[in-house]
Ligand binder design. Sequence first.
Ligand SMILES: [Zn+2]
Ligand SMILES: [Zn+2]
Length: 232
Amino acid sequence: MRLLHFPFSAPLLLSRAGLGGLRTMARNDVLSLLFLAIATSTTCTAQPSRVVYLVPVGTVEKGLLRELAQSLRDKLGVPSEVGEPVEISKAAFDQGHNQYNSTKVLQGLETTRPHICRGRVTLPLLLAVTEVDLFVPNLNFVFGEALPTKDMAIISLCRLRQEFYGKPADTTLLMERTVKEAVHELGHVRGMRHCSDPHCVMFFSNSLPDTDRKPDTFCKRCKGLLKDNVQE
Ligand SMILES: [Zn+2]
Ligand SMILES: [Zn+2]
């Protein structure tokens, strides 16, 4: 199964999203369950863990990755580590698009998984982070992609940066968008689909403004689905 964060979709109901009214503790409870389940389902674990392993693909600012890991830990209760950078698969580059095929990037990362697993007690989940622009066939670009059956996902910072649109850099906004995209793709990894509630991180983003409107938390319905998934 492949789930994409599409840059477009059918018309969607949009409204200004707040934080969804979820208290921090409630979010932590749900997400802790979420990633405990991910950890126990991975093939290279000997015992449960809840670590999300952030893997920079190509050159990615380490400070930004550390901040993302810290955000996942502090805001969502998800233990996260920053891994060593890996080279992006040359085979993933498409000259016609002048972009990288995100599915091929993820497939290339599969080969590094055994290396990353070596000597580690567990490796629950790989979340690749890259600066390169991603696409999949028939789509101009994607913000990210998840491969739930592989317990891995990728997000691109390229189109989350204000500079991409000719605007001044905004590190705060970049981090907010990055956390949303990370949680969104991690939700896909856990089997979540897009949600029609604009006050939910699983809301389908037509464009970057959609991402900016939604929070980095799950709606009540998705929280329930996550719990159901964990209990299955
Ligand atoms: Zn999505
Ligand atoms: Zn939802």
